[in-house]
Design a binder for this molecule. Structure first.
Ligand code: SAM
Length: 246
């Protein structure tokens, strides 16, 4: 099972887009945990677009829109720009029904400015993205630059605790459940990448330090319940306020 990068990864997501929503529906708590992480941004109602100063959010790596829906449930009425590098995943997202103020952009996280995605945003949500990018430091630096002073970030990611038991659970779930189903659907490459990318990516502690090095402050690592314990975490942080930057 090899890791996929850039165009190969986007092509694998394009192929898997048709079955993606069914796969995640079989993952207990997938949507509930995304909503929990989105709420951890600590933002409330965004106001209706066009009716006062709304909250501007970026959903980076939005896929078929599961994280976009989670963001909207946490911050109703927000203006959301949802970005993904896979045209196939975006096509699925766009085919759903969205409130006013939600827009989808086909772009890599590494090329947001070129795609016309400009800040400042009040907050960024990135669910299951960072493991997949070739240069997470570069993407974190780009995100930091798009946030308003004091702007917030929530990263929801498979990041192992470092304890062998959690890694063993992850491998058992992938080998016993995820990979057999994915292979039958013809998506063995992508879900093989999923297993390996988690095992090889930062531990939760390492990713938190990576965020601090990128200039985020008040970085907190929050656990998620159920089988996600020690496997999936929410990372919340913010950029310094104008006063802190002065
Ligand atoms: C596992 S899916 C998660 C989708 C969604 N956030 C969710 O929670 O269901 C990861 C998404 O990240 C996108 N992605 C991976 N690398 C990317 C990159 N460098 N730039 C933008 N999107 C990327 C993929 O195309 C895919 O749709």
């Amino acid at each position: 099972m090899s890791l996929l990068h850039n165009a190969d990864l986007s092509a694998a997501f394009d192929r898997a887009a048709r079955s993606y929503d069914r796969m995640v529906a079989a993952n207990p708590g997938y949507h509930r945990q995304l909503r929990r992480s989105a709420r951890r941004l600590g933002l409330s109602g965004g106001g209706l677009p066009g009716e006062g100063p709304g909250v501007r959010l970026l959903d980076l790596g939005c896929g078929t829109g599961a994280s976009t829906a989670a963001l909207l449930s946490a911050v109703p009425g927000a203006e959301v720009t949802a970005v993904d590098a896979s045209a196939g995943m975006l096509e699925r997202a766009r085919s759903k029904s969205w409130p006013r103020g939600v827009s989808f952009v086909h772009a890599p996280a590494e090329g947001l400015a070129e795609a016309g995605v400009t800040g400042p945003f009040d907050a960024v949500f990135a669910a299951y993205l960072f493991r997949n990018v070739s240069d997470p430091d570069r993407v974190l630096a780009g995100v930091r630059g798009l946030l308003a002073p004091g702007g917030r970030i929530a990263v929801h990611e498979y990041t192992l605790s470092g304890r062998p038991a959690h890694r063993a659970v992850w491998t058992a779930v992938c080998r016993g459940l995820v990979l057999p189903v994915a292979r039958r659907a013809g998506d063995g490459d992508l879900y093989g990448h999923l297993w390996r990318s988690v095992v090889e990516f930062d531990t939760a502690e390492e990713f938190a330090r990576r965020m601090e090095r990128a200039g985020f402050v008040h970085v907190r690592v929050l656990p998620l319940p159920g089988w996600h314990t020690g496997i999936t975490h929410t990372f919340v942080a913010r950029v310094p306020t104008a006063e802190e930057q002065a």
